[in-house]
Design a protein around this ligand. Sequence first.
Ligand code: SAH
Length: 316
Amino acid sequence: MTSMGERAFHRPVLCEEAVRFLAPGEGKTIVDGTVGLGGHAEAILRADPGVRLIGIDRDEDALAIAADRLAPFGDRVRLIYGNYRDIGRLLDEIGIGKVDGVLLDLGVSSFQLNEPERGFSFREDGPLDMRMDRSQRPTAAEWLAAASLEEIVDALRRFGEERYALRIARALVAERRRRPIATTGELRRIVHRAVPARYFAQPIDPATRTFQAIRIAVNRELENLSDGLSASFERLTLGGVLVVISFHSLEDRIVKRFLREKAEPCTCPPDIPECQCGKRVEVRILTRKPIVPSAAEIEENPRARSAKLRAGEKVV
Ligand code: SAH
């Protein structure tokens, strides 16, 4: 299951750029909050012999692969099973205070996508699971069984930006009355039957957005991101850097707003003698525009297609 071949499947996206912003150096501690298969982590550790890395992931299977891959770096690496939104508590538990950098590389790993039994992909049939952390509930099947029509429509619209949200949700609700929707193949077929024929003309499978939406809902990805950005920022030292690689516009919007808000100075009118708003510049944005992969990287690694990297430095 964890052969070299599979490991080679997941090429870290925007890796050089991420490492450059994190600037690994002697005595620094960098947290990779989504260590996955350890691609970025390895590049960070290789960049400087004096840097330490703490890798967090909520997927135990991925962590086992990362542990194997990063073993040559010995005690420069600590791996923790957990959610990056709990970074504060997780670092407390191992006695680490502030850190010099945090990297979040969002989304699913190719490892998760390529294991049919994890239920992320419709390319091969598998149980409708989609949990990144398999100790948590609900699974995608449980979520679909319990959600109201309105909740399904809302998730498809918000997390999938799916224009046929209502049609698809109605089809799902009609189907589940007959029998539970249990596999990725069934979910895909139901979506295919629900959407108009012209929807098949687009380059992506008509079920793509539905899968994305359910995955985001099941794993609470956007809540984790909003909370995780603040929690990570809290833990940075002065001059520490936050680097986030996102894979769709919903995530990128959250990251962009977070950084902009922290980069904004006091907003009081100039004639007020003393600041009332309490705002101050907390971040220096290092990426005026998000950094995107080169055509060559996308060619080599299609997963990079929609990636955007944003970075900010803590200045107070
Ligand atoms: N940078 C990694 C790949 C990361 S893929 C590499 O180069 O190998 C994204 C990873 O983030 C997945 O393994 C997923 O399980 C993990 N993940 C997603 N949300 C998470 C969260 N809230 N907390 C911890 N890990 C998370």
